[in-house]
Structures are given as C-alpha cells and as structure tokens.
Design a protein around this ligand. Structure first.
Ligand SMILES: [Mg+2]
Ligand SMILES: [Zn+2]
Length: 167
C-alpha cells in the first residue's frame, strides 16, 4: 500500500514549457486532473516537486514561478506539499533533483516513510532523486504524463477486497 505520491510538475502533470513564468501558458496534460482526483479520492497525499533553475539563470523570478504554481493549483486542484528548487546545476544545493532534498522534506511534512511513497516524473533526475530518497519511481512520457503511470500506480495501491495474495 502507498500513502503518498511525489510528483514532478513539468512533463508530468502540465505540458513542459521550458522556464515558464507565464500562468497563461500552463496547460494540464491529458487526463492529469482525473488522475489527481482519483489519487486524492483514495486519501493519498500528493506532493508537487519541481526544479526551477530558470530563477538561478535569471530567466524567471520566484514570483513568476509562484504565479505559475498558483495557476497549476487552480486548474488541477490543491497539493499537500508544493516545493520548488530555485538553484542552478552549479549551485550544488541539496534540493535540486537528482538530489533527494525536496523529496525528503515533502515526506517529512506529510508524515510518510519512503516505502509508502511513489515518485512520478519524466526525467532521469526524478528517478535518481527517488532512488536517493529510497522511494520507488515511475518514469513517464512527457507528452502523456501522470495518466501514463496510473495503471502501475493502481497495482501499487491495490484492491483491498482482493484476497489473492493472502497467506
Ligand atoms: Mg519534468
Ligand atoms: Zn536547490
């Protein structure tokens, strides 16, 4: 059984628009809203965890990233934890994926253990961050996103009425 999902943002729940600072360009991937509603409906925690190095690169501001995140919430519903890393690859911070910092913080905030979580993302950095945090991971096609992971996620959270694995 799983207790929480750790989700990447760009290419996982919204179309990947590089260094997006414009809320008007936020476009949910097909089926993302239905998938999130299904997960929330099961009582699972949902954290959103995003690298936003455009801030360190001087391409976008924190206020713009936060405006984009607010639009994501408006279109796709609330998240239990919403984190982003503003650093660049050269900053050697503990939060930028593939480092596990944001995943560890999200799990602490939600009060869940790594073995109760699944990370879903579209890049190797997402998968490596999950491995570093001790969390299972599913990699999705950025054109499809979270909907791509739902069949596998349904296996993880299972059917409580199914006695097949009893013993
Ligand atoms: Mg991504
Ligand atoms: Zn960082």
């Amino acid at each position: 059984m799983i207790a929480a999902l750790l989700l990447d943002r760009d290419g996982t729940i919204v179309r990947d628009e590089p260094y997006n600072g414009d809320p008007a360009l936020v476009e949910p991937l097909p089926g993302a809203k239905a998938a999130l509603d299904e997960l929330r409906g099961l009582g699972l925690g949902v954290a959103l965890i995003s690298n936003q190095s455009g801030i360190a690169r001087g391409l976008i501001t924190r206020a713009q990233v936060e405006a984009v995140n607010a639009r994501v919430v408006e279109m796709l519903g609330p998240f239990d934890v919403l984190l982003y890393c503003a650093h660049g690859p050269e900053d050697d911070c503990a939060c930028r994926k593939p480092k596990p910092g944001m995943l560890l913080e999200a799990m602490r905030t939600m009060g869940v253990d790594p073995h109760e979580c699944v990370m879903v993302g579209d890049k190797n950095d997402d998968i490596e961050a999950a491995q570093a945090a001790g969390v299972r991971a599913l990699k999705v096609d950025p054109k499809v996103g979270l909907a791509h992971a739902m069949p596998a996620l349904r296996c993880f959270y299972g059917d409580p009425g199914n006695g097949d694995d009893a013993e």
